[in-house]
Design a protein around this ligand. Structure first.
Ligand code: ZN
Length: 209
């Protein structure tokens, strides 16, 4: 039984940019949206996240001379994968996918807004210092358990779930409601990293009603 007072569903980056036709399209990621809509009905407390970058964002390959999308570079805060420009603030690419239908969501967290810091996680930006405020918000609401779904399993979903677990939330990822990029083994690495901090991997039909 989901304790509605203490539990939130976090829906990560279900945006045009990450679905077929988008600038950083994840294969078949649109196919998880009907399941996410259905799952959301089981939760009173839903938070949506939205990747929301300025044009000059450090994660965009085009902002680095002689670099290509999917190259990696070293920054002060660690290794950064360079991406095609995506989810630029105010563009169609950054909008939620039109099939996402969670009108009862209470909060939208926009992340990756600082030009010089990427943010896969909905809690902490990639420098591991700059907070999005989500931790404070959930804590103030009395939430101690989170379920995470969305795109991409091996980047924004994983980093969000890992930070949630490290911050002390009981954390679940609903595997069939996620879609992965899987770049150079990143999916297997992400599950391993999630497992190491106690994130529980569940399937949507294991969810108690
Ligand atoms: Zn991004």
């Amino acid at each position: 039984m989901i304790d509605q007072q203490r539990t939130a569903l976090i829906v990560v980056d279900v945006q045009n940019g990450f679905t077929p036709g988008g600038n950083l399209a994840v294969t078949a990621a649109d196919q998880i949206i009907p399941l996410i809509n259905q799952l959301a009905l089981k939760f009173e407390h839903v938070v949506l996240t939205q990747d929301w970058h300025p044009q000059n964002h450090i994660s965009f390959a085009q902002n680095h001379a002689d670099k290509h999308a999917f190259d990696s570079i070293e920054l002060d805060y660690g290794t950064q994968v360079l991406w095609p420009s995506h989810c630029v603030q105010g563009t169609l690419d950054a909008d939620f996918h039109p099939n996402l239908n969670i009108s009862h969501a209470r909060l939208i967290i926009r992340k990756g807004t600082h030009p010089n810091i990427d943010s896969y996680s909905a809690f902490l930006e990639a420098d591991q210092k700059t907070t999005t405020g989500l931790h404070g918000y959930l804590t103030a609401c009395g939430i101690d358990t989170v379920y995470v779904v969305g795109i991409a399993t091996d980047f924004c979903v994983a980093w969000t779930a890992i930070d949630a677990a490290k911050l002390g939330f009981k954390t679940f990822v609903i595997e069939d409601a996620t879609a992965a990029i899987d770049l150079n083994g990143s999916l297997a690495n992400a599950w391993q990293a999630m497992d190491a901090v106690g994130v529980q991997r569940v399937w949507s039909d294991n969810l108690e009603h």
